[in-house]
Design a protein around this ligand. Structure first.
Ligand SMILES: *[C@@H]1O[C@H](CO)[C@@H](O)[C@H](O)[C@H]1NC(C)=O
Ligand SMILES: *[C@@H]1O[C@H](CO)[C@@H](O)[C@H](O)[C@H]1NC(C)=O
Ligand SMILES: *[C@@H]1O[C@H](CO)[C@@H](O)[C@H](O)[C@H]1NC(C)=O
Ligand SMILES: *[C@@H]1O[C@H](CO)[C@@H](O)[C@H](O)[C@H]1NC(C)=O
Length: 840
């Protein structure tokens, strides 16, 4: 067979080099496809590709029997496949060729979104005298990194109870040695003196510019470097140090331009035998109206990482919960953060308070320290540049890497911990914060859980101590209950529905009973995650609230109201997740309740739902390997497995794609002056939530939590809300001017501590023509029009508004996003809204 030497060659390369380098993509001249090949028919993948008029480029990442194909842009390979199938009805050769092609997935480049960096006032670097604790620690560990005393997340002199609590772990001798974390992000400044020594080149790759090393190239490519510094900044007298300062970091650059799903799938498994942890501070836009999940191909890569990464112990995927809390966004509307395979990390600030941006949800596992409202207490870390540092890193983007650092410390103590051991340890060792917060509720096992804080804050010492004596969990087991159909409800793959029960204010309920036998029959012992998939039609998706109550009366709010979400398509097999039932006995009746605002002109139907339990096996020897299915995304009731064989999975183009290059959350806050800020949330909708707790059915504390946060914002802000759109517009535009005008920097010793806009300045002055424009051109080429910075250039008439000396942190204006997604843009929204969004 012709494929044999080729396959052997690949196997050889991947064994020796660890990570095979993906070929450069040429999206402007070629179409790309992923072909899932069934070799059992004796047809080589080349022959299959030839029959489609395509050529085989390389294996698709680490996915077995998946190949990347390309054709000339003028050739339509999907049509060729159709023709092949038609011919196959008459001709045996064609039939065999066609059956050797299990699936064919066209690849379209899309932009992935960083978790928006948050607005923080530029901190002046004041001398911090008398920081005794930090000084003691520095002396004990021989730390002479000049910014170490300001890294309060490591040593918090003002609030010693609020820090990652890493120093006792260093004391135990664990500093992350032998562990590699990959920053799946916008680049990594491997030439930084603060990172060079801990950089892992073999596990790094640039999927945007198709080169081996993840050099930050755009003016705003500082995100990955900052996150990397938190994890592994070297203890060497430069800037500060990382949580696991002897661990290594790799950079996988995917956020600096559009990439296709196969690139993302490859990135998520890149170097996955040596790299233990994937730090992901990005996802669908946190705008309170997006709802998006990884495509089937990417899900396959994630499952592949879990099952085969790290020699089968599983890659550890850490995701930032999201920065959209003040838009009413929740991490259960993001298919990365609500995946059972990721550790979702929210944020708390230097006083342990939930910051206004940090998203909560039932899938939120823990929180870690990050920025809050105090401008001088953001995260101090390495920055883009050879010897640059920043004082303004923050958001859940910075919480996740702090967690990654803790996991790296734990893995250096116990390398054999599986991906689920890490989750168990996070659940078990998380510490209560703000005990008085009404968001805390007890789980069935008596452990506090909160949507805002998950099981609590991550504590490095508690985590590593517990890891040392942890008994490894048995393999995963799961029970997938069959779907419940309500009043003959159906939904086609395109969302057309019939039947179902009309949703109202007091809620439609449905129950499902889990029997002892369901568990035993599936080798299922103890519960970890619960996933609930729903099919709901609704004219205004943001009105819908979903809650599930366990047999022990423990409620999990899965969806709370999202005032900005006006999507008319409802939930078409959307999967929610809860960790709140961890360890609970699942036997008995589980009841789901779906309700809305009860407004006459905004109606919907609850069509059906299903539930799956995930946990550990009774008998490890009988454990099986989970096979990913796409049945739930194919309409309701889900097709039978036999029927599924004839269907292809929904691709990124069938599901909703991400918005084009734009900001995750452009939120402008003038924190010091306490002048009004902008919220996209309708004041009336948030100040007086019209949700009434349904009698005897739990309470919507989740909602209260958000209302609090939003109210807090609105108190300072809503006066200007009407002008919101205008101001955002102006600031997004004018910020570009600021970046060009401000030339000031403060030096501190050998290292220059630069605030954000200054860091940008140093790079962009003179160089911006070459770097930034390249990025833009690239996006235009791919049909993504209007790169984010363009918005600024075109609408920059109000520079004077901006002469306030604050670092306005942004990735772009959100004014023009979603052009390609078919969802309404802000200015298309109904005219009765009076908040800032409308005037945009
Ligand atoms: C569902 O459909 C079946 C047959 O199509 C019918 O007999 C039954 O009454 C329907 N049930 C409801 C609740 O409408
Ligand atoms: C949706 O699918 C159904 C059946 O699958 C079809 O009858 C209907 O025309 C489709 N609607 C749209 C808008 O595509
Ligand atoms: C809401 O819908 C449920 C289920 O159809 C029904 O039992 C309940 O009476 C309705 N409540 C109101 C106020 O209409
Ligand atoms: C669950 O609900 C069903 C139907 O409402 C009922 O017959 C059954 O007894 C309940 N089971 C338990 C354990 O409460």
């Amino acid at each position: 067979m012709r494929t044999l030497p080729l396959l052997a060659g690949f196997a050889f390369i991947s064994v020796t080099a660890g990570s095979r380098r993906p070929a450069k993509r040429h999206y402007s001249t070629h179409n790309y496809y992923v072909l899932e090949h069934d070799p059992s028919h004796g047809v080589s993948v080349e022959d299959a590709a030839n029959a489609l008029g395509a050529e085989v480029i390389e294996p698709a990442g680490e996915l077995k029997n998946h190949w990347l194909l390309r054709s000339q842009i003028s050739d339509n390979v999907l049509d060729a496949l159709h023709d092949l199938k038609v011919t196959g009805r008459r001709k045996r050769d064609a039939r065999i060729l066609a059956t050797s092609i299990k699936s064919l997935d066209a690849q379209t480049p899309r932009q992935r979104h960083k978790r928006g960096v948050l607005p923080v006032k530029r901190a002046t670097i004041a001398a911090h005298d008398g920081q005794s604790l930090a000084r003691n620690v520095a002396e004990r560990f021989g730390i002479n990194d000049p910014l170490f005393p300001e890294q309060w997340h490591l040593v918090n002199d003002d609030h010693p109870e609020h820090m990652m609590n890493v120093t006792p772990v260093w004391e135990m001798g664990f500093t992350g040695e032998g562990v590699i974390s990959a920053l799946v992000d916008d680049g990594l400044e491997y030439e930084s003196e603060d990172l060079a020594e801990n950089f892992d080149a073999a596990g790094s790759h640039d999927f945007n510019d198709h080169v081996d090393l993840p050099k930050p190239r755009l003016w705003d490519d500082h995100h990955g470097t900052r996150c990397a510094g938190q994890i592994a900044a070297v203890k060497n007298g430069a800037c500060g140090i990382g949580v696991a300062y002897k661990s290594k970091v790799a950079g996988i650059r995917i956020l600096s331009g559009a990439i296709s799903d196969v690139d993302e799938a490859t990135a998520m498994n890149f170097g996955y035998q040596k790299t233990s942890i994937y730090s992901c501070s990005w996802g669908p836009p946190d705008d309170g109206r997006s709802m998006d999940a990884p495509s089937h191909l990417i899900q396959k890569a994630i499952v592949n990482g879990i099952q085969n990464g790290r020699g089968g112990k599983g890659s550890i995927f850490v995701f930032a919960s999201g920065n959209g809390a003040f838009y009413g966004d929740q991490c259960n509307f993001d298919g990365y953060t609500n995946s059972i395979y990721s550790v979702t990390v929210g944020a708390i600030d230097h006083k342990g308070v939930q910051p206004y941006y940090s998203e909560g949800c039932a899938a939120n596992m823990v929180v870690a320290y990050s920025s809050g409202e105090d401008k001088n207490k953001a995260i101090v870390t390495t920055d883009m540049g050879k010897n640059a540092c920043t004082h303004v890193h923050g958001g859940t983007s910075a919480a996740a890497p702090n967690a990654v650092g803790v996991f790296a410390l734990a893995l250096s103590a116990r390398p054999e911990l599986s991906w689920r051991d890490i989750q168990h340890l996070a659940v078990k060792t998380a510490q209560l914060v703000n005990a008085g917060d009404k968001d805390w509720q007890l789980t069935a096992g008596g452990q506090p859980f909160s949507y805002k804080y998950g099981f609590g804050k991550l504590d490095a010492y508690e985590f590593v101590k517990a890891a040392q004596k942890w008994t490894l969990v048995k393999p995963q087991a799961w029970v997938e209950m069959s779907a419940v159909q309500l009043n003959n409800g159906t939904m086609t793959v395109n969302g057309t529905t019939s039947g179902g029960i009309q949703i109202n204010k007091s809620g439609v309920r449905s129950s499902m009973e889990i029997m002892e036998g369901d568990l035993k029959g599936h080798n299922f012992e103890t519960l970890e995650h619960v996933t609930v998939t729903v099919w709901i039609s609704h004219s205004v998706r943001g009105d819908v609230e979903v809650e599930i109550v366990s047999p022990n009366g423990i409620p999990s709010v899965l969806a709370s109201k999202r005032p900005s979400d006006r999507d008319p398509n409802g939930f078409q097999g959307w999967r929610f997740m809860s960790v709140k039932h961890w360890g609970e006995n699942p036997v008995g009746n589980w009841t789901i309740q779906v309700s809305d605002q009860g407004k006459e002109d905004r109606v919907g139907h609850f069509i059906g739902w299903k539930m799956s339990l995930w946990g550990s096996a009774i008998d490890a020897s009988k454990a099986t390997t989970y096979q990913l299915s796409f049945a739930d995304r194919m309409g309701f009731p889900p097709p039978h497995p036999s029927e599924l064989a004839t269907l292809s999975p929904p691709t990124a183009t069938q599901t909703k794609s991400y918005a084009k290059p734009t900001v995750v959350s452009t939120h402008i806050v003038d924190l010091e002056a306490e002048t009004p800020t902008i919220s996209l949330t309708t004041p009336t909708a948030t100040i007086s939530p019209s949700v009434e707790p349904s009698a005897g059915f739990g309470t919507w504390t989740f909602n209260d939590g958000f209302a609090d946060a939003i109210l807090h914002m609105l108190r300072q802000t809503w006066v200007l809300a009407i002008l919101g759109g205008f101001v955002i517009f102006a600031i997004a535009g004018g910020a570009t001017l600021i970046y060009r005008r401000r030339v000031s920097r403060e030096s501190r010793g050998e290292y220059t501590a630069v605030a954000d806009e200054e860091a940008v300045l140093m790079r962009s002055t003179g160089a911006e023509g070459s770097t930034t424009n390249l990025g833009r051109q690239d996006r235009h080429e791919r049909g993504d029009d209007e790169g984010d910075d363009d918005a600024g250039d075109e609408h920059a008439p109000q520079g004077s508004l901006l002469n306030n000396g604050y670092a306005v942190e942004f990735h772009s204006g959100f004014l023009e996003d979603d052009e390609n997604t078919g969802t309404p843009r802000y200015h298309d929204e109904p005219p009765h809204r009076t908040d800032g969004a409308d005037s945009v």
